[in-house]
Design a protein. Structure first.
Length: 138
């Protein structure tokens, strides 16, 4: 298996910078990228999502806190921060200027040193509430 920590460091940089060219190098075109509640994505759709996300949160930061590898699978725990300060097609409203934070995990399944399926599970509700897109609960 490839060095999963290096893979996720490089992949995380695409989210931070919005520069997605490296995704072509990291993932096969038919990777199955699951990002609930969004539709499943292949590599091209994922690149478009990352670019649109970065437009809305240009100061996005990411900290990968843990990598666990077991056979042909790996899990990665992370936390992130950003400010909804840019217009993005992902959100149907103008930027709020609100800072937000979230945590989550990626679970990857590997074949021949490349990910064939990735599950991206993050606190989208908390992220959108902090960004001022959704009202808080209670």
């Amino acid at each position: 298996m490839t060095d999963v920590a290096e893979f996720f460091t490089r992949f995380g940089e695409t989210w931070v910078t919005g520069k997605v060219d490296v995704v072509d190098e990291l993932m096969p075109a038919d990777v199955a990228y699951h990002l609930p509640p969004f539709p499943d994505m292949d590599r091209e759709a994922l690149k478009g999502f990352i670019v649109a996300f970065h437009q809305g949160f240009p100061d996005f930061t990411l900290n990968v806190e843990e990598h666990i590898v077991a056979g042909d699978s790996s899990a990665h725990r992370w936390s992130c921060r950003g400010t909804f300060s840019g217009k993005t097609p992902l959100l149907p409203m103008p930027p709020t200027g609100n800072a937000t934070q979230a945590s989550g995990t990626h679970i990857a399944h590997w074949r021949d040193g490349r990910p064939v399926e990735i599950w991206h599970n993050g606190d989208w509700l908390g992220w959108l509430q902090g960004a001022g897109v959704l009202p808080g609960l209670g």
